[in-house]
Design a protein around this ligand. Structure first.
Ligand code: PHE
Length: 476
């Protein structure tokens, strides 16, 4: 059977933007920001998106388009090595881990969407969230519902499922967010919301840089969907050679716009209608805060504005979540289809059964969920991207630069070598450092290991990896 491809270039871009735009922008971002020092976090995060995220995204694209396979198959095919196949296989597992907690939150979103027309949570937003979030049969049931919707789209295939779905969902999301943000600007305390969100706090940035770094890096990778092989998989469905750098910049740019837009909706509403919830942290921050704000919206000319806006808002978030979860499920589906010749249908159904179980573990235990969503995911994505970029710089080397340049304009072609140096040398150093800092932090030995020691270890590990991987085509 021939492998599917995207029908159009726009279809690929929208699918990738759909993957990037998701709960990471709307739900995880405010939570992580509140937990890591507010706007200081925003600055580090945006810097990493630009300097690490975009080149990293292109690294995944290069692997995917060159191999036209899922992450495990791609690394094997391009290197001829079984060890690299295992590395790619690990990223397939990362995707399963991601989907397991993501569908729990997707279930909450779906539930809030369905409850918005009646305003079921308006009376007591805090207790409502506490009652539904974890440990109840419904938290599993709504997670399942969300998984089924995800599976339905993936089952329909690359063109008729993912491409068609995101082509409808992405414009809807953008349009509705612009309308919501415009409307939010006229609410009474919008200014305070903007100030909290966009006011740069350089002092706390300097003081807490190392604490913020691993989380900000993890969040930057998370929001761009890199480090798990999503973008390898999506680029593997590219039929012709178009400018990858152009597409990558468009995708990262649109993702950032949507992220900032979401903040322009959320923060003015919080400060206008639920100021007491503006500092709420934890995974419930969005649900308690924003739901509380909707509950306090006054009616307008007899229209129940709270219910109306809430329905639109959670509708947008549901679409954003779905267009991301399908990209998580597509990774293991592509793996089973490419490597074992399983039909798309059997692969999807089998994986849904597996993930239902792992999702339930997250829905039933806040501790499991918190560890996976708050810590493990950051580390897995950082390690995953590190491995992919070492592969690009040292195994593919100059072939990667050639792939980067294919279909690109003359100016963009001149960026191929600097890009290769960045992804092959500079970014691995940075990612080793971030990964170690994150692991030390998670083990609770954060303070005991001095920064310069971490730098030395990171440099040693990078140097070792470079030497071990070096071949004639390598970057250096
Ligand atoms: N980028 C998605 C979001 O922001 C999450 C995601 C991460 C999707 C990794 C795929 C892979 O919601």
């Amino acid at each position: 059977m021939t492998r599917e491809t995207w029908a159009t270039r726009l279809g690929f871009i929208l699918a990738a933007v759909g993957s990037a735009v998701g709960l990471g922008n709307i739900w995880r971002f405010p939570w992580m920001t509140a937990e890591n020092g507010g706007s200081a976090f925003l600055i580090v995060y945006l810097g990493i998106v630009l300097l690490v995220g975009v080149p990293g995204l292109l690294g995944e694209f290069v692997i995917g388009r060159r191999a036209k396979r899922n992450p495990a198959g791609a690394l094997k095919a391009l290197s001829g090595s079984r060890a690299w196949e295992l590395v790619g296989g690990a990223s397939v597992l990362t995707a399963v881990v991601l989907l397991s907690f993501y569908s729990v939150v997707g279930g909450w979103i779906l539930r809030y969407f369905l409850a918005s027309p009646t305003g079921a949570y308006f009376g007591a937003p805090g207790p409502y969230y506490d009652a539904i979030a974890f440990g109840t049969p419904e938290s599993v049931a709504f997670g399942l519902l969300f998984l089924l919707a995800t599976g339905g789209i993936v089952l329909a295939g690359v063109r008729r499922g993912i491409e068609l779905g995101t082509k409808v969902m992405m414009p809807a999301i953008l349009l509705l967010l612009v309308v919501l943000a415009g409307w939010a600007a006229f609410q009474p305390n919008a200014g305070e919301g903007y100030a909290f969100y966009l006011g740069a706090d350089w002092g706390s940035l300097q003081a807490n840089f190392l604490d913020i770094l691993p989380a900000a890096a993890g969040q930057a990778l998370f929001t761009l969907s890199i480090g798990a092989g999503t973008m390898i998989t999506y680029a593997s469905y590219l039929g012709e050679d178009r400018s990858l750098p152009f597409d990558g910049a468009a995708i990262a740019g649109l993702n950032t716009v949507v992220g900032v837009l979401a903040g322009l909706v959320v923060f003015p509403l919080l400060f206008s209608f639920a100021p007491e919830a503006a500092g709420t942290s934890g995974p419930g921050a969005l649900f308690v805060g924003i739901a509380g704000a909707f509950a306090n919206l006054p009616s307008l000319a007899g229209l129940p504005m709270g219910r109306l806006v809430a329905t639109v808002f959670f509708g947008v978030v549901t679409l954003a979540a779905l267009s991301s979860s399908i990209s998580m499920l597509e990774i293991p589906v592509a793996f089973l289809v490419d490597e074992f010749g399983v039909s798309r249908r059997r692969a999807t159904v089998g994986l849904l059964a597996l993930v239902s179980g792992t999702m339930a573990a997250n829905a039933l235990s806040p501790a499991v969920f918190g560890f996976i969503a708050g810590t493990l995911v950051d580390l897995l994505l950082t390690a995953g991207l590190l491995a992919f970029l070492l592969f690009v710089g040292w195994v593919l080397g100059r072939d990667a630069a050639a792939e980067f340049a294919k279909g690109a304009s003359e100016f963009t072609q001149s960026l191929a070598t600097p890009w290769l140096l960045a992804v092959g040398v500079a970014l691995p150093l940075f990612l080793w450092f971030t990964l170690l800092t994150g692991i030390f932090g998670a083990l609770g030995v954060g303070g005991a290991v001095e920064t310069w020691m971490t730098v030395v270890i990171a440099a040693g590990l990078s140097g070792g990896a470079f030497l071990a991987l070096r071949r004639p085509v390598s970057v250096l």
